[in-house]
Structure formats: C-alpha cells, structure tokens
Design a protein around this ligand. Sequence first.
Ligand SMILES: Cc1ncc(COP(=O)(O)O)c(C=O)c1O
Length: 402
Amino acid sequence: MSELDGLSLPSVAVHAGRTDLTDLGVHAVPIDLSTTAPLPDVSEARDILDGLIEGRPLPHGASTIYRRAWNPTVARFEQAVAALEGHVPGGTPLDVEGVAFASGMAATHAVILGRVAAGFPHVIAVRPLYGGTDAILETGLLGTTVTYAEPHEIGDHVTDRTGLVVLETPSNPTLELRDIADIVRQAGDVPVMIDNTFASPVLQQPLRHGATYSVHSATKYLGGHGDAMGGVVVASPEVAQSLRPIRTIVGGVMDPFTAYLMLRGIGTLLVRMREQQRSAGEIARWLADQPAVARVFYPGLPGADPDGLIGPQMYGPGAMLAFEMAGGFGAAEKTCRGLRLITHAVSLGGIDTLIEHPASLTHRVVTESAQPHEALLRISVGLEDPADLIADLDQALRLATS
Ligand SMILES: Cc1ncc(COP(=O)(O)O)c(C=O)c1O
C-alpha cells in the first residue's frame, strides 16, 4: 500500500517520488551528490553491497555505498516514472519498478545486452525506429542479429534464439501506431520492448498491455525542457533486478541533478502533454490543407489509426507530427531555413517547438533502403500559441514554394 494508491494520474504525476518530503521537513526534493557514503561495519556493508550486486532495491535507510550502484535522488525519479507507467485508473497499480540511465540509448542498450547475456541474441524489430536504436541493432554492436519485420509478421520470425522484440509506438519519425497486445501475443514467451518516448507514460502504459519493458528517452517529454539527458526502463521487479547489475557494471548511470530535473519535469508532464497535443492536432489539420504539403503523419488525423488504438491503448494522439513537402528535399530544406519561431534542431518533447529533417539527422545512420523520405520533416510541438506556430509555418511554406 502506498500513499499514491487511489489517486488519479495528475495527482500521481505531482506527488510520485516526493511522498516522504513532509516527514523530512523539506519541500523541494533533496539532491544527494555523494559519490560514496559512510559505511556501517564491514560485514553489514558487504551484505548491502551483495544485494546491490544482485540488483535488489536498496533497503530503506541503508548506506548507498557508491553512486554507480545507487543514488537516492535517482531512485525518486525511478519511483515517479514507475508510478505513472503502472497507474491503473480506479484500480490496483501494477507492481513495476524504474531503472534510470544516463541516456535513452544507455537504457535501450541495457535491455538488449541483458537478453544477449542471457543467451538470446536474436532480435525482431519493427521499423521505423529512432536512428540510434536502428543502428545499435543493425550494426550488431552488442552481439545481436536482427530481423526487421512488419508488425503482423512477428510471430513468423520467432526462433529459440529470439530474445527480444523491439518497436516504437508511435514510431519515429512517421508516427505509426502499433497494437502492443497483438505483438505481445505473437511474441509468445519472447519479451517485448516498447519505446514509449513519443507517447510518454501519461498517454500510454505499455506494461498494461503485456509488454515486458517500457523504455524512454527521458531527455524528451519526461525532462520536458531540453536541458537534461537521461533514460529509463520500467519493468516488473524481477526484470528491473536483472537490469540494475548491468547498469552498475557498465556505469551508464543518471546523475542526481538530472534526476532532480526529470522529477520536476514529471510534475508538469500531464498538463504539458495535454496542451502540446491540442496544438499538434490544430497544426496537423492546418498542414493537411496546404498545397505545399504532400502528406501529413499524425495519429489524430482521419485514417491514421486503422486499428482503433487511440482510446484503448493510447489516450490521445500526442504532440509529434511529420509531413512531406510536395516540392521534395529542396522545399523541405527551405522550410527549415525560413522558420523564425520554430527552431531547426533535433530532439523533441520540450516546451518549445522544434523541426528537423529525419533523413539528414535523427535517421541519418539508418541503412539507405530504410531511410525516411527525403522530403519528410518532423515537428515536436511545444507550448507556444498554435496560432503563432501556424503563422510561422505559413510564412516558411510560402518562402519554400516561391
Ligand atoms: C524514440 C527515441 N528513442 C530513444 C532515443 C534515444 O534517446 P537519448 O538521445 O536520450 O539517448 C531517441 C532520441 O532521439 C528517440 O527519439
């Protein structure tokens, strides 16, 4: 039983990871910068360390030993993400834990490495994927072999060496929605990793649909301000326990100040997402009417959700969108150059609106045959007035087509 049980998602977002602050006599989350911690006697310290080596959460009040193994501020962030990912409206929360990393890629790497180390090096992946995730699989850097499959073909590719199914929903950059429960069913005993970065846990909770791992680039919506880099995996306690030793040994840990910023970001995640999503819908509908635009990708547009996943799986279409310029690469490049309010930059999920050209940047490392369209631009919609964003896009599209 936790203090958060029975609360609705907005209240959990504000209070998760902070429930003990009143008892501590503080209001803001304490940042523990210690790299080492005073030890009790040697035998007790050894027992604590043995627990950490096995990946168990640190017992309350125990010495943290060493920051690469445990940090209390990072643990608060982990509790908060787990509380959102495991939240069940009006029901008992899922028993899940978060494991934070130095970046989204460090989080994804730990999931893959864990499966390879367990003796299952074959991965089935659904494209498109963020370029870094695609590359970590395609290069075989971690000892994997990969089969890229369509979502409905996953079951056909499972072998006794398959250790993981990897996909994004919505996908980066073209925002396809995938039916998590169907993919879990096809995967059978093989764990499914959903990159939940684009949705964030306030719009989608993959573990509720049977996924084994929900992974985030926390650099995006969780932090929300473009000033903190991190990653997090949410999974059952048993699976989380298998990931912590990888993190401790490899050392891809989140730093405590980042965890503080991430936790602060989570407090406003729901209201940010709600507003950004509303603006994204307006912008997507406006773009769809522009002669300079050949095609718009946004899960909230008619026909973009053929499996009816918005509602049952994803509570809303989110705040990411993409569009193809009718005038090809040249028009896409000119559009980016012409924008004044919207910043031409990679990354996403922050309070300000960003635009980028996936084929040149975020997906540059993807093998040529699987690259995004050369005229595709991706927008992360921020908190500006959507009328100002549309005015900016309008003048940039005019410049691009004049
Ligand atoms: C969907 C998705 N997953 C993972 C990552 C990697 O995250 P990070 O840059 O925090 O390592 C990104 C980065 O853009 C992303 O867009």
